[in-house]
Structure formats: structure tokens, C-alpha cells
Design a protein around this ligand. Structure first.
Ligand SMILES: Nc1ncnc2c1ncn2[C@@H]1O[C@H](COP(=O)(O)OP(=O)(O)OP(=O)(O)O)[C@@H](O)[C@H]1O
Ligand SMILES: [Mg+2]
Length: 452
């Protein structure tokens, strides 16, 4: 509204002054020609000034009621001649001006346009021009009350128009803004109503005006991902409690049954061993859960350093050799070059230990594991190939899910929770990489770890 008001005001002023210019230009040119006509009637010789004012020419200046005036002066202001219409009054005069000029003046309350027309009159002497000049000022006026009235009306009309336009546009703007805001209010109502309990509600994009559809869809997308992660979170909590229930019930039942009557020393030992094993499972699970919780997508928790892949892999293999020896599994490492990546040592160790651990756990006795490293398209790719039981195609997509185990009954080894690969995936992502698995049931599995 302020900008509109400023623009209209500037336009109004421009129009008003343009009109004034046109009006005054036409008055001024008629005044000038009248002054020039008067000038032709003046002649002066050495001794006296002569005026050749016939009544015919002078009729408009002669009546005392006429509103046309003239006055002829010398530069010092002394009056040489003035029109009869002036009676006792004098036209305003400012001595010292030496150029023709125009002014708005008042005479007895009448608004007048006045020209001070400066002329040089040659002084005639015995019919011979001497080259001497006298300066004369011919003042001549025109009544401009009619024009001033027009200007005033114009001013009023202009102001009123601007005011009317302002009111109309304020009202229209208000209506349009209100109409435009209705759908936004609707959207905000829906957004407000969406809460934990009805996360599946969505904004109906088709009912929203074209311009707001982008907003509505992006809200919907946000709700989609919120709902997904909320579901995942819920599932995760359910799975975690479910997984903890088994070892917990082992601890409870084992202790209760043992305490029911007196037992032999061996029986107490066996019971305690069972309790310890169950507690180990729980402790391992809690440790993994904590690790997973810390594996958020931000890198702030990582201690990034230049790391030799060769060193990390040898360290992982060294840690797992006892496990491999139990199943008589041979491990073979081939790293043709020195590969350095930037990463967090502890996290990367966790990653490779988990994957090699899987390759041992899900291998057959006397099986083999081949670990090789190569560089390709900006990635350092570590392949861990085993000759184990393999994973069926339908399970391949799900092995990265938390708590997912292909065959729950078979993977009942202590500490096998189904969290390993999800942890590995999280670590790889934090390092700008990914994990790919290829597998054939009965032949073996190849896990490829891509790291930047
Ligand atoms: N190399 C492999 N060969 C065959 N199956 C595998 C292999 N690696 C993983 N799997 C299957 O994928 C499932 C998920 O693996 P993951 O490492 O996430 O869990 P886990 O090994 O069962 O438990 P955790 O690693 O938490 O102790 C495993 O239970 C197993 O069924
Ligand atoms: Mg595992």
C-alpha cells in the first residue's frame, strides 16, 4: 500500500505540474505578444516620451473595472505610463531585474500573471539614429483566476482519485490475501492434527490450489519419512525387547529351578554357566545396540585418520583366528598395493571383524576365506569371499535389517543377534561408502566393502 501510494503521488504531482506548465506557457506567450504590441506604441526622443495609444488599442485597459493592466517603467521603477484600469494602484515591481520575466502576483485580491518585458528603445534625434538606448520595462498582466480555479479542481480530482484507488486496492488486496490464505490455513490444520497417533494422515494434494501443491507434497514427503522412521523405531524397540527376552528367561528359569531344592556342586556350576552364557548374550547385544545408537549419520563422533587397509584387515584376521581354527577354516589375504583411506580406526575394525566373523560363522568346516583389496573408480574395494552356506536371493535384501537372521534356529550361536551387518552398513555409510553382497546357496558368499 505504501509503495502504491508513493507511486500514485509521484504520478499525481507529475500530472499536476505538467498541466500547470501548459497553462502558464499559453498565458505567458499571449502576455508577451501583448507586451510587444505595447512596445511598438512607445517612442522616445531626447526631450520626451511619446505614446501612440489610440482608444481602439487601449479599450481593454481603459475601463477602471477592467482586469487587464499595464504599466511602463524605467529600470529605477519610475512610472512613465500606466493603464487607466489601474486607477490608483501600482503593479508590483522589483528594481534591479534586467531580463524579461513572468510572475504570479495579486492586485486588490485579483490573481494575475505578470510579465516584466524589458526593451531597449533607440533614442531618435533629429531623425538620425544616434545609437543611444533607453531601457524600458513594460509590465503587462492577465487575470488568471479562471485558470487557477481549473488547477484547483484538477488538484481535488487527482487527490480524490488517488484516495479512491488506495481504498479499492486496499480492500481488494485484503480480499485476495484472505482468499489465498484459506488453503494455507487448511494445510496448517491438517499438519497440526497429524501426531504420533495418526502419522498416516496426509494433505490431499488435489484439493490444494496449484501454487501450494509443492508445499503440500513436500509436507507429505516429510510425513512419509517420519512415519517410516517412526515405524522402524517401533519395530526396533519391539525386536530388541523380544531378543532380550530369551536370555532373560534363561537366567530366571535356570536360577529359580536350581534354587527350588539343594543341588550338588556340579549342578550349581552348570546352572551358573548357563546363566553366564545368557548374560554374555545380553551383554553382547546391549553392546551392539549401544554401538548402533551411537552410529548416527553425523560424523562428529568419528576420529578420522589416514588408515592403512592392510593393517586393519590383518588385525581383524588376527582377532578371529582362534574362531577360524575351531572350524579349521583357512584365511587367505591378498593385498597387492598399499591402500590408505581416511576413517575411524575403531569403527573400521568393527566393520571388518563383523564381516569376517560372519564368513567364519556361516562357513562349512574346512572352508576357505579369501580377502582381497583393489582400487576402482575412486573406491577402495575389499572383498571377503567365503565358501559357506550362502544366502538365498529372497533374504539378500533383508540381511542388513536389524535383528534379521536368515535361519533363526540355525544361528543360535552365542552373541548372534542379527545386528552385525546393520552396524557394518552404518559404518560404511559414515565413511561415504557402501556394502554389496553376492551369494549362492551352498556355494558361498562374497561381501564387497566400498570405501572412499
Ligand atoms: N557370509 C555369510 N554367509 C551366509 N549367511 C550370512 C553371511 N553373512 C551374514 N549372513 C546371514 O545374514 C544374517 C545377518 O547377519 P548379521 O551379521 O547382521 O547378524 P548375525 O551374524 O546373525 O549376528 P551378529 O553379527 O549380530 O552377531 C545372519 O544371521 C546370516 O543368516
Ligand atoms: Mg554377524
Amino acid at each position: 500500500m505504501i509503495v502504491l501510494f508513493a507511486a500514485l503521488s509521484v504520478l499525481g504531482l507529475f500530472l499536476y505540474f505538467s498541466l500547470g506548465n501548459i497553462v502558464y506557457n499559453s498565458i505567458d506567450s499571449s502576455l508577451l505578444s501583448r507586451a510587444k504590441a505595447l512596445a511598438t506604441l512607445v517612442s522616445e526622443d531626447d526631450s520626451e516620451m511619446e505614446f501612440d495609444f489610440s482608444d481602439e488599442v487601449m479599450w481593454e485597459y481603459s475601463s477602471p473595472k477592467s482586469r487587464s493592466f499595464f504599466q511602463i517603467r524605467r529600470p529605477d521603477g519610475t512610472t512613465i505610463e500606466k493603464s487607466a484600469s489601474l486607477t490608483n494602484s501600482e503593479l508590483p515591481f522589483l528594481a534591479g531585474e534586467n531580463q524579461t520575466n513572468y510572475k504570479n502576483v495579486f492586485l486588490n485580491g485579483i490573481p494575475l500573471r505578470l510579465v516584466n518585458f524589458h526593451i531597449l528603445k533607440e533614442i531618435e534625434k533629429d531623425d538620425k539614429a544616434t545609437g543611444r538606448y533607453h531601457r524600458l520595462i513594460i509590465q503587462c498582466t492577465e487575470d488568471i483566476s479562471a485558470q487557477l480555479k481549473v488547477m484547483k479542481t484538477y488538484r481535488i480530482v487527482l487527490s480524490f482519485s488517488i484516495f479512491a484507488v488506495m481504498i479499492i486496492s486496499a480492500f481488494g488486496g485484503f480480499l485476495i490475501a484472505r482468499k489465498a490464505l484459506i488453503p494455507i490455513k487448511e494445510i496448517s490444520k491438517t499438519v497440526d492434527s497429524i501426531s504420533e497417533s495418526n502419522l498416516s494422515e496426509r494433505i490431499t494434494v488435489e484439493e490444494v490450489p496449484e501454487e501450494l501443491r509443492i508445499l503440500a507434497s513436500s509436507f507429505n514427503r516429510t510425513f512419509d519419512s517420519l512415519e517410516r522412521s517412526f515405524k522402524r523405531q517401533k519395530q526396533f524397540a519391539a525386536d530388541a525387547s523380544h531378543e532380550l527376552r530369551t536370555p532373560l528367561s534363561v537366567v530366571l528359569s535356570e536360577s529359580e529351578v536350581t534354587l527350588r531344592k539343594d543341588r550338588s556342586l556340579q549342578e550349581y556350576k552348570d546352572a551358573l554357566t548357563a546363566v553366564i552364557n545368557a548374560a554374555k548374550i545380553m551383554s553382547g547385544m546391549v553392546q551392539k545396540l549401544l554401538f548402533l545408537a551411537r552410529l548416527t549419520t553425523d560424523k562428529s563422533g568419528l576420529n578420522m585418520k589416514n588408515i592403512d587397509i592392510d593393517e586393519i584387515i590383518h588385525e581383524s584376521v588376527r582377532m578371529l583366528t582362534p574362531l577360524a581354527d575351531q572350524k579349521s577354516i583357512s584365511m587367505n589375504i591378498s593385498i597387492p598395493d598399499r591402500f590408505v583411506i581416511r576413517g575411524d580406526r575403531a569403527a573400521l575394525l568393527e566393520l571388518f571383524v563383523n564381516i569376517i566373523d560372519n564368513a567364519i560363522k556361516y562357513n562349512v568346516p574346512l572352508g576357505k576365506i579369501d580377502i582381497s583389496v583393489k582400487k576402482e573408480k575412486g573406491f577402495i574395494i575389499t572383498k571377503i569371499k567365503d565358501t559357506g552356506i550362502g544366502i538365498a536371493g529372497k533374504d539378500l535384501d533383508r540381511v542388513f535389517d536389524r535383528f534379521y537372521r536368515v535361519d533363526r534356529s540355525r544361528s543360535r550361536e552365542p552373541g548372534s543377534v542379527g545386528l552385525g551387518l546393520s552396524i557394518c552398513e552404518g559404518i560404511a555409510k559414515l565413511h561415504g561408502g557402501r556394502i554389496e553382497i553376492k551369494s549362492k546357496v551352498g556355494e558361498g558368499t562374497t561381501v564387497s566393502v566400498y570405501l572412499k
